[in-house]
Design a protein around this ligand. Structure first.
Ligand SMILES: CC(C)(COP(=O)(O)OP(=O)(O)OC[C@H]1O[C@@H](n2cnc3c(N)ncnc32)[C@H](O)[C@@H]1OP(=O)(O)O)[C@@H](O)C(=O)NCCC(=O)NCCS
Length: 172
């Protein structure tokens, strides 16, 4: 089986926040950020699989910080785990300070993509070998996020979500 690393799929997209992308108090619309994250994540999934990819689930989004008009926003996406045909993509969003250039984390999200053939049917993707400690930790926790997403979507019975159950059973 072929394996790739998260670095192979890493996708970094930097762009400004324009007036048409803001709400009445001058901060970026959540939907605009969701679209930017979806685009960067789909490129990452395509780089990993070299296939047509489709968003199958948005598993987690945290809007932790407001993003003002004129901000320079960097969306960084990379595969955190590959299963059979599905890939979890972790997305980190950074804001760049105008004067110092220092980047601070603004938001993060986790999307799931499926690789498909020309008929839209799921196809197998390469495996993933995480390298850094952060990549390993995201890789290790991805299976329980997949199980949670499948349970919430009604595609898996709660009793079958063994990895998810283990998390609650190990809680102090
Ligand atoms: C993506 C799609 C082809 C998958 O078809 P499907 O019949 O669900 O196929 P499967 O049940 O075999 O699932 C395929 C993979 O997706 C995973 N999956 C399906 N639903 C999921 C969910 N809600 N959360 C996480 N993973 C999910 C499955 O676990 C499976 O993963 P694996 O092969 O790595 O084990 C189908 O759901 C589809 O066409 N969805 C629409 C996608 C789309 O249009 N996206 C853009 C929205 S505008």
């Amino acid at each position: 089986m072929e394996y790739k690393t998260p670095a192979d799929s890493r996708t970094i997209v930097t762009d400004l926040v324009l007036p048409s992308e803001t709400n009445p108090i001058g901060n970026m619309f959540g939907g605009e950020l969701l679209a930017r994250m979806d685009r960067a994540a789909s490129i990452a999934a395509r780089r990993h699989s070299r296939r047509i990819v489709m968003t199958v689930s948005v598993n987690h989004v945290a809007f932790n910080k407001m993003i003002p008009l004129g901000s320079v926003v960097t969306v960084e996406a990379q595969i955190s785990r590959a299963f059979n045909s599905s890939m979890e993509v972790y997305i980190d969003v950074w804001l760049e300070d105008r004067e110092s250039g220092k980047k601070t984390k603004a938001n993060e999200a986790i999307y799931t993509f499926v690789a498909v053939d020309e008929m839209g049917g799921p196809v197998a993707v390469p495996g993933l070998r995480p390298e850094t400690e952060l990549e390993k930790s995201r890789f290790d926790s991805a299976l329980r996020r997949k199980q949670l997403s499948l349970v919430l979507a009604g595609k898996m019975a709660a009793q079958e979500a063994t990895e998810l159950k283990a998390l609650f059973e190990s809680a102090p």
